[in-house]
Ligand binder design. Structure first.
Ligand code: NAD
Ligand code: TYD
Length: 354
């Protein structure tokens, strides 16, 4: 049993990690989150009553607040997920990405280093700072090849550039100060509690609302999809058994074109929630102006994680997408308030071309 400080635990992946840690392990969790537009405490209702779970509202850029929380909670592990995470928003307004992803990660590293330096013996040896990152830091692939731990960084969007910078800061804190860090770079996640600005939840909700399904460009861009619970099981394996200073790629070998993803959503809904007029949801597909600087393809080779830590994804894209669609059908009470309060499905990320 360990004390795990999770930043960004009210977001999509962070809340999945917290639910997993409370439901399936003995670890205790302190969730530190600023509750930006993407943070949602209702994603944590399943664990809110646990005496192993605590929430603290704080901005990771506030180093004093972070240092105080670390000193009180005395974590064995810090898993750092708090970030601005949406590429389209980073195109319209990069400033928040620089602030949270770069300055915020610096602030977390500085506070973690002070704390770690004050530890001794076994406690000091056991401490880990785990930084959660993305495969987007490696840029875009063509038709062939995969990202590995040896791939050179080549970020293309303000989001991926800010994440790449944060990876470099984390590495530097290991090489320069000896902080025991771990980095994971994961492909696109999907699953329950996903904020509806992202492709999969946006398409499910737009299908149900009878709206056009905006596919960027020709829909030929490729993403490598991983069910979020498989990601959080990988994260747990890495901070429990990974080697400090190492990075690990996380992905489920589930490449799909965007159009294929949208068609799968349409076909699944045709079966389980047919349109009243008997038409297919595919009728709603609409090709729209491409995203500026749209990376063509991402694909992950996760052999190192599989070989060294024995991780395997449990869901295929088919089982994961079916669970996800069912969850959105059954949990309108989670997403409807977001549409009313935070984001109503409008197109983002075109300011660069306006
Ligand atoms: P998300 O946008 O759903 O959640 C981000 C969370 O961070 C929110 O709860 C938000 O309130 C919090 N946050 C933002 N700024 C903060 C600040 N300054 N201080 C404290 N909290 C703050 O993101 P997500 O999809 O859950 O992604 C989590 C992490 O995983 C990110 O670091 C992201 O780069 C990385 N990642 C995401 C994917 C993906 O497909 N979503 C894939 C690989 C890696
Ligand atoms: P997104 O979910 O924003 O993730 P990322 O950009 O981090 O990969 O987008 C996934 C893919 O779907 C990406 O190639 C852009 C595309 N996309 C659309 O075609 N239409 C949309 O409305 C959105 C949000 C994304």
């Amino acid at each position: 049993m360990a004390r795990i400080l999770v930043t960004g635990g009210a977001g999509f992946i962070g809340s999945a990690l917290v639910r997993h840690l409370i439901a399936d392990t003995d670890h205790a969790v302190l969730n530190v989150d600023a509750l930006t537009y993407a943070g949602n405490l209702s994603s944590l209702e399943p664990v809110a009553q646990s005496n192993r779970y605590r929430f603290a509202r704080a901005d990771i850029c506030d180093r004093d607040a972070v240092a105080r929380l670390i000193a009180e909670f005395r974590p064995e592990v810090i898993t750092h997920l708090a970030a601005e995470s949406h590429v389209d928003r980073s195109i319209d307004g990069p400033a928040d990405f620089i602030q949270t992803n770069l300055v915020g990660t610096f602030s977390m590293l500085a506070a973690a280093l002070d704390y770690w330096r004050g530890l001794e013996g076994a406690e000091k040896d056991a401490f880990r700072f785990h930084h959660i990152s993305t495969d987007e830091v490696f840029g875009a692939l063509g038709d062939d090849g995969f990202f590995t731990e040896e791939t050179a960084y080549d970020p293309r969007s303000p989001y991926s550039a800010s994440k790449a910078g944060s990876d470099h800061l984390v590495s530097a804190w290991h090489h320069t100060y000896g902080l025991p860090v771990l980095i994971t770079n994961c492909s696109n996640n999907y699953g329950p509690y996903h904020f509806p600005e992202k492709l999969i939840p946006l398409m499910i909700i737009k299908c149900l609302s009878g709206e056009a399904l905006p596919v960027y460009g020709k829909g030929t861009n490729v993403r490598d999809w991983l069910y979020v619970d498989d990601h959080v099981r990988a994260l747990t394996a890495v901070f429990e058994r990974g080697v400090p200073g190492e990075s690990y790629m996380v992905g489920g070998r589930s490449e799909r074109t965007n159009l294929a993803v949208v068609e799968t959503i349409c076909d699944t809904l045709d079966r389980i929630r047919p349109r009243a007029d008997g038409q297919s949801y595919r009728e709603q597909i609409s090709f729209v102006a491409d995203r500026p600087g749209h990376d063509f393809r991402y694909a992950i080779d996760a052999s190192k994680l599989e070989r060294e830590l024995g991780w395997r994804p449990q869901e295929s894209f088919e089982t994961g997408i079916a669970k996800t669609i069912r969850w959105y059908l059954d949990n309108e009470s989670w997403w409807r308030p977001i549409l009313e309060r935070n984001y109503s499905g409008e197109r983002l990320g075109l300011k660069a071309t306006a």
